[in-house]
Ligand binder design. Structure first.
Ligand SMILES: C[S@@+](CC[C@H](N)C(=O)[O-])C[C@H]1O[C@@H](n2cnc3c(N)ncnc32)[C@H](O)[C@@H]1O
Length: 309
């Protein structure tokens, strides 16, 4: 099966698999969950080993689904390689740079960066879900000590419903002016407007002068609103939430698209310059048949590249 076919297969089956995992989480008695997770991981890891798709830096199927429609581990790895290709081509990321991954998930991009950053380079990532961070510490940091991960206990209705802190007030646990490159991939689509504004301001604080930030959004503009109205977007975002579009009124942060003007404004307030042009992804019109889904940069979302003067 070609990688393109795998992408499409992954997207369909990921929804079913995600639904099954959510169902199990809701209905299994809590003490049984860690055991069920271990059994599922052992089963899917064995199946992937049999069909020769394993790789030590690729997490089990269950954790891959935490960050995207990555049923097929090859799609997971290819998307990350393309992301790193984009950092190099569009932003001149160099091996000796310091890299921060905001909402690092299960280290998808970190795994690909282990093959690019040199021993002089550093990678830091943080996330509000503990288990993927623990997996990264165990499987990545143990082999690559210049790759570090942190769990932050901030509230997210979807991802960390028992979290204590507010993302709208979080101070990233890093010094001012410390990073050459700050990446935020597919995370602002899961955060409320005041939270995104704070993260963009914090990005500006921790970037070195001259540093680059690469973030993905689902931007609302004439083109994307037409796609949403025609039912062509993925996700469908049927509900208005002020000027924003959301998937689920009971949890606006579960998937949210921001007006492009709002994003431009928070960059301006954070004193980050947007390096034009914004690169629009395929999310608003998936009928553009999607061998293109993860092409050319490995993102369906829109890419905003910015820099700190
Ligand atoms: C779609 S996944 C993307 C993960 C990773 N950036 C990648 O590209 O593979 C979204 C991630 O954002 C994290 N997340 C959600 N809200 C967050 C917040 N307020 N702060 C940090 N991470 C958050 C989730 O736990 C999840 O790992």
């Amino acid at each position: 099966m070609s990688l393109t076919a795998c992408c499409l297969f992954s997207m369909v089956t990921a929804e079913t698999a995600g639904w099954l995992v959510a169902f199990a989480k809701r209905h299994a008695p809590p003490p049984a969950l860690p055991i069920a997770a271990r059994v599922l991981d052992a089963t899917t890891n064995s199946l992937e080993w049999i069909v020769r798709r394993t790789d030590p830096l690729t997490p089990p199927f269950r954790l891959r689904l935490h960050v995207g429609p990555f049923v097929d581990p090859r799609v997971y790895r290819a998307s990350a390689e393309r992301n790193v290709g984009a950092f190099r081509e569009l932003c001149a990321l160099r091996p000796e740079m310091s890299f921060l991954d905001v909402g690092c998930g299960v280290g998808r991009v970190a795994s690909a960066l282990t093959r690019y950053l040199s021993a002089a380079g550093t990678y830091d990532g943080f996330d509000v879900v503990r288990e993927p961070v623990e997996w990264c510490l165990r499987e990545i940091s143990s082999c690559f000590p210049n790759f570090q991960f942190q769990y932050i206990d901030s509230f997210s209705k979807r991802y960390n419903p028992r979290g204590d802190g507010r993302s709208s007030e979080l101070v990233f646990p890093y010094d001012d002016d410390g990073f050459d490159f700050v990446f935020a991939g597919s995370i602002y689509t899961h955060m409320l407007p005041e939270e995104v504004a704070n993260y963009v301001a914090e990005t500006a604080r921790v970037l070195k002068p001259g540093g680059t930030t690469f973030a993905t959004f689902c931007l609302l503009n004439e083109r994307s609103l037409a796609g949403i109205s025609a039912g062509l977007s993925s996700p469908s975002l049927p509900h208005a939430h002020g000027e924003f579009r959301i998937r689920d009124p009971a949890d606006p942060g579960s998937f949210i698209a921001q007006p492009e003007q709002f994003v431009r404004e928070i960059y301006r307030k954070a004193k980050l310059r947007i390096d034009e042009p914004v690169i629009y992804g395929s999310w608003a019109d998936v009928s553009r048949k999607e061998p293109e889904i993860f092409k050319p940069h490995g993102f369906m979302q829109d890419i905003v590249i910015g820099s700190k003067p």
